[in-house]
Structures are given as structure tokens and as C-alpha cells.
Design a protein around this ligand. Structure first.
Ligand code: NAD
Length: 348
């Protein structure tokens, strides 16, 4: 029976991973660490609270995290904890630098001083920056070229992860970059749940600018399967060539190669809700410095670990819309607590 420490387990992907792990390994011991920040939500763990331990702590707090490690003795650490919303990062970049860069380093340091079997850090496709129209995709060898406050903070975290991998070879660290996730429990300020919850409340769906920004969509269940495949994989020593070639480090890019424009996605959701997109879409001012395109290649994780996505996009989107229809109390409570989650860039 493995003891997992899941940092950020009250957020969207972290809570999905907790539910997923408990289904796959019901006997497993899970310690969730979360500071219940803006997007943190205890209700994401409803139904499993009796099977886990929740520690309300901040990953930036060295003493608190050391106490948690010494008390629970985790064997595997998965760090999902981060400030995650690009819009919010434009408004409050320092919060993002703190959790995504310093928090990442602090947790690595706690794992170094209180050794664990494996430390997995969850990063993002966005650290590679914007993909040009003539480029095929990014992969693990691509340079980091973050240009937004969110992705810059995540990229700073990535650099610490790479540095720890190479400086402390006794540690067993893995790093992921994943595409945009969708599925149940996503905080309703993100595109897919924002559109669903707006339309269900009789409000139009906001589309930034022309809506032709392209994103790479991955179902959260496929993401959870990829992370478990990584946890179960053997990870050899870091080869000397990694010093000049980051693709030799244990880094995996995770994508289902679903490239779609925001306008396509929003239109599909509105149709699934039985409405006519032209009547429900409202083009609004774009976020400053909005990346136009992301796409990564999952070739390495497919070849080395045998992972492949199983959820096709149409089915996954339909199930996601159904989940928000069936769980209106879940998102209504968030909206009541947080107020409007829509950003208005025309006033900045
Ligand atoms: N959602 C996506 O599409 C996506 C895509 C690629 C990568 N990621 C990465 O995956 C991870 C999870 O993303 P998500 O969408 O679930 O985000 P989320 O915002 O839904 O959840 C993040 C969780 O981390 C917690 N947290 C934040 N700062 C913390 C801190 N200092 N200490 C303790 N807990 C803290 C929050 O309270 C929240 O529960 C993030 O690292 C994000 O960068 C997300």
C-alpha cells in the first residue's frame, strides 16, 4: 500500500487524480495538501473525505510541509498545487510567482531532506510559449519560452525541477507538461465550465477577440492515467547528455492531439446545450498578450510508457457538459461564494 502526498488535491486535476487513484487502488493512503486558495474547493473531495487525510497547508511553508512529511511519511509526492488561471495571473502576478515557482522549489527541497521514492511535478504546455502556425508541435526538447505571468511562473518552477534532477541525482523526480485539461470539477472561471455555467444561467458565452486562438485539449481522466503510468514506470539515472539535451531528462509531454479553436469549442458546447451558437456567443475584448496557439507531441510517453489517450473529444465534451448539468449545486455554491468569474479586459 503506497502513501501518496497529493499537493493541490482540492483543485480540478488534483481532485480528479484523488478520485481516480482511490478507484484504481482503494487501499492506498492519500494525504491531500492544499491551502484552499481561490480555486481550492473541499467539495471536490465530497464522497472520499473519509478515505483520505486533508492537510490545509501551503506548499511554500517549509516548516509546515516538513511536519506533514515527517508525520505521514509519503512515498510518492505529486505536486498539482499552483495558481492556475491565466487571466488572474495578469491581475496578480506575484501570487503566481510565489506558488508556482517558489512553492515548487520549496516542495522539492522538503522531498530532498525527507526522501521520497518519487516526486512528480505537474507543469504545463504553456511553458513552451506560443506555437507558430508553420510549426508542427512542441516536444520535450523544445526551449522554454513562456511569455505570460502564469506560464513564466510555471517555467521558473520547471527550471528548479530540472536543476534538482541534475544536482541531486539521488532524488527520483519526474516532470510533466500537459495540454489543456477538461472534465468534471473544473473551476467555473475556465473556458469550458464558464461557457456551460453562463448558458445554463441564461448568460451569453464570452469569446476573447476573434476566438481563433488554438488550444490542445486532453480529458482529465487520460491525464490521470498518464500520471499513474509515470509513477509506476522505472526511471533510470540521469544521463550525462542531459546537461545539454533536456529531452534526456525524465520529462513527459501529455496530449491527445486535439487541436481546436476556442470558437469551435464554445460553439460545440452551446450546441450540446440545445442552443444556436450565433445567438449565444458574445465576442469580448481579448486578454493582453494572449497566446495564439499551443500543441505538444505525446510521442515520448506513447513510445516509452505505452500510454495513449482513450477519451475521444466529442464523447469527453458531452460527458463534461452532462456533469455540469447534473451537478448544478456544486458550481452554484462556487458562484455564490466568488461572484462573477468573467474577466472584462475592455476596462483595463
Ligand atoms: N487545468 C489545465 O488545463 C492545466 C493544464 C496544464 C497544466 N496544468 C497544471 O496542473 C496543475 C493543476 O491545475 P488545476 O487546473 O487543477 O488548477 P486548480 O487551480 O484547479 O487547482 C490548484 C490547486 O492548488 C491549490 N494551491 C495553489 N497554491 C497553493 C499553495 N501555495 N499551497 C497549497 N495549495 C495550493 C489550490 O487551492 C487548488 O486547490 C497546475 O500546476 C497547473 O499549472 C493545468
Amino acid at each position: 500500500m503506497t502513501t501518496y502526498l497529493i499537493a493541490g488535491g482540492c483543485g480540478f486535476i488534483g481532485s480528479n487524480f484523488v478520485h481516480f487513484l482511490l478507484k484504481r487502488q482503494p487501499e492506498t493512503k492519500i494525504i491531500v495538501v492544499d491551502n484552499l486558495g481561490f480555486a481550492g474547493n473541499r467539495a471536490n473531495l465530497d464522497g472520499v473525505v473519509d478515505s483520505i487525510t486533508l492537510e490545509v497547508e501551503d506548499i511554500c511553508d517549509f516548516e509546515a510541509m516538513t511536519r506533514v512529511y515527517q508525520h505521514h511519511q509519503p512515498e510518492v509526492v505529486v505536486n498539482f498545487a499552483a495558481e492556475s488561471h491565466n487571466d488572474r495571473a495578469v491581475a496578480t502576478p506575484s501570487d503566481f510567482a510565489r506558488s508556482n515557482a517558489l512553492g515548487c522549489q520549496n516542495l522539492l527541497e522538503v522531498s530532498r531532506r525527507n526522501p521520497v521514492r518519487r516526486h512528480v511535478h505537474i507543469s504545463t504546455i504553456e511553458v513552451y510559449g506560443e506555437l507558430g502556425e508553420s510549426q508542427e508541435w512542441f516536444n520535450e526538447a523544445s526551449p522554454l519560452n513562456a511569455k505570460t505571468p502564469y506560464s513564466a511562473a510555471k517555467a521558473a518552477g520547471d527550471m528548479f525541477v530540472r536543476a534538482y534532477m541534475q544536482t541531486y541525482p539521488e532524488m527520483d523526480i519526474m516532470l510533466t507538461h500537459c495540454a489543456n485539461n477538461y472534465g468534471a470539477y473544473q473551476f467555473p472561471e475556465k473556458l469550458i465550465p464558464l461557457v456551460i455555467t453562463n448558458v445554463l444561467r441564461g448568460l451569453k458565452a464570452p469569446v476573447y477577440g476573434d476566438g481563433l486562438q488554438k488550444r490542445d485539449w486532453l480529458h482529465v481522466r487520460d491525464h490521470c492515467r498518464a500520471i499513474l503510468a509515470m509513477i509506476e514506470a522505472t526511471c533510470g539515472d540521469i544521463p550525462a547528455e542531459a546537461a545539454t539535451d533536456p529531452s534526456k531528462l525524465p520529462i513527459y509531454d501529455i496530449s491527445a492531439r486535439n487541436e481546436l479553436t476556442n470558437l469551435d469549442i464554445v460553439s460545440q458546447i452551446i450546441r450540446l446545450l440545445g442552443k444556436e451558437p450565433s445567438e449565444w456567443i458574445e465576442h469580448v475584448a481579448d486578454r493582453p498578450n494572449h497566446d495564439r496557439r499551443y500543441l505538444i507531441s505525446p510521442a515520448r510517453i506513447e513510445t516509452e510508457l505505452g500510454w495513449e489517450p482513450k477519451v475521444d473529444f466529442e464523447t469527453g465534451l458531452e460527458q463534461t457538459v452532462r456533469w455540469y448539468l447534473d451537478n448544478q449545486a456544486w458550481w452554484a455554491a462556487i458562484l455564490e461564494r466568488s461572484g462573477s468569474l468573467q474577466f472584462d479586459w475592455s476596462t483595463t
